[in-house]
Design a protein around this ligand. Structure first.
Ligand code: NAD
Ligand code: 4TP
Length: 329
């Protein structure tokens, strides 16, 4: 079966967050469309949002069920899920859901993995060894260190070259080699999974005014520009390093397909400010396709029925589009 017509495997996320209700909302939006997903999680929890739910034995049953009910491959919780009150006893169910979804995508039964939000600190307290999905997925796919995080909305794509590390450590971890590796992975994925024949890449500077010729920091000259020279020699269309404060204005954004950023918030602040509702997080560099909403568990509003499912719908839609592009190449 072609990748794009296989059902998507949707993980449960933290059961005390907004995952269950946005899953129900996404099903309401999509159940009459041709996109189909199965949830790896707790059926009763999703049913609390007033949608019909049916447990299935194999993901292959998704197509028969999806128009009438949310198909669920059951994963039992260890503790009752109370909205807004995360419980580390459920960490095993949360990570099992992710691992099984990856297995389904790797063995070709699912077209892609779409993840509901997890709380990093809840999992860490239970001994989980990874800072987030991104790093865990790379480990599950046996490509640790090759993962690249990209967030996208209709107006912008951004890649943070250093990911889930504190700012001081991010500066220490920023290397010419790291910039080149992340940019090569991004370039290849934009061609293969997004259908952009010749990606235009904008490289952010690190310092104010992109260092202004070394007067406000020298990392542009010592780390970033050497990477750009090598990547240009490989044939990539790369501009920069751009002053980070002006490279996200509308006219600047029109000149590139992706902004390579030096640290997490340099990338994610503009993306989430411009369009948090429709932003999607995707992991590049994996053998499988993975997307996610751009927001987190939102424990502050969980269970109130006010969570917007738009970002999850966008993530499901992007996963399917990526599968379509991948199938054509
Ligand atoms: N993909 C992921 O798994 C992912 C992504 C980001 C954050 N997180 C985790 O989520 C937890 C909470 O993080 P945070 O508070 O920084 O960010 P958050 O995105 O959960 O919440 C930020 C604000 O946005 C609101 N919000 C988020 N999603 C919403 C939605 N769909 N509809 C309406 N309002 C929404 C929240 O109520 C909150 O006020 C953290 O533990 C973090 O690790 C996970
Ligand atoms: N860094 C992401 C964000 O702030 O939106 C988020 O934590 C998701 O990371 P994972 O997909 O690796 O869990």
């Amino acid at each position: 079966m072609a990748e794009e017509s296989r059902p998507l495997a949707l993980t449960m996320g933290d059961p005390a967050g907004i995952g269950p209700e946005i899953t129900a909302g996404a099903w309401r939006s999509l159940h009459e469309s041709s996109l189909r997903f199965a949830v790896l999680g707790d059926a009763a929890l999703i049913a609390r949002s007033g949608v019909p739910v049916r447990e299935i034995d194999t993901i292959g049953q998704t197509a028969d069920v999806f128009a009438h009910a949310v198909p669920v491959l059951p994963i039992p919780l260890a503790a009752p899920a109370i909205a807004g009150e995360p419980d580390s006893r459920n960490a095993g169910a949360i990570t099992t859901s992710i691992a099984r979804a990856v297995e389904l995508a790797r063995n070709g039964q699912a077209g892609a993995v779409v993840t509901n939000p997890i709380s990093k600190i809840v999992l860490k307290k239970a001994g989980f060894a990874y800072p987030g999905h991104t790093e865990y997925l790379a480990a599950l796919c046996n490509v640790p260190g090759r993962e690249v995080m990209m967030l996208a909305c209709p107006e912008l794509r951004v890649v943070p070259i250093t990911i889930h590390v504190g700012l001081r450590r991010a500066l220490d971890e920023l290397t010419t080699e790291g910039i080149m590796t992340a940019t090569r992975t991004t370039h290849a994925a934009l061609i293969r999974d997004f259908g952009i024949a010749a990606p235009r890449i904008a490289m952010a500077g690190l310092n104010p005014h992109a260092g202004e010729d070394g007067s406000m920091g020298t990392e542009e000259q010592t780390i970033i520009i050497p990477a750009m020279k090598t990547l240009r020699a490989e044939g990539m269309d790369i501009t920069g390093p751009w002053p980070p404060d002006t490279m996200f204005t509308p006219p600047a954004r029109a000149r590139y397909d992706v902004a390579m950023c030096m640290y997490h918030d340099q990338a994610l602040i503009p993306l989430k400010t411009i369009d948090m509702a429709n932003g999607v997080n995707t992991t590049l560099g994996l053998p499988i396709i993975r997307t996610s909403p751009d927001h987190g568990t939102a424990f502050d509003i969980a269970g109130r029925g006010v969570a917007d499912p738009a970002s999850l719908v966008a993530a499901l839609d992007m996963a399917r589009q990526m599968a379509q592009h991948r199938n054509q190449t």
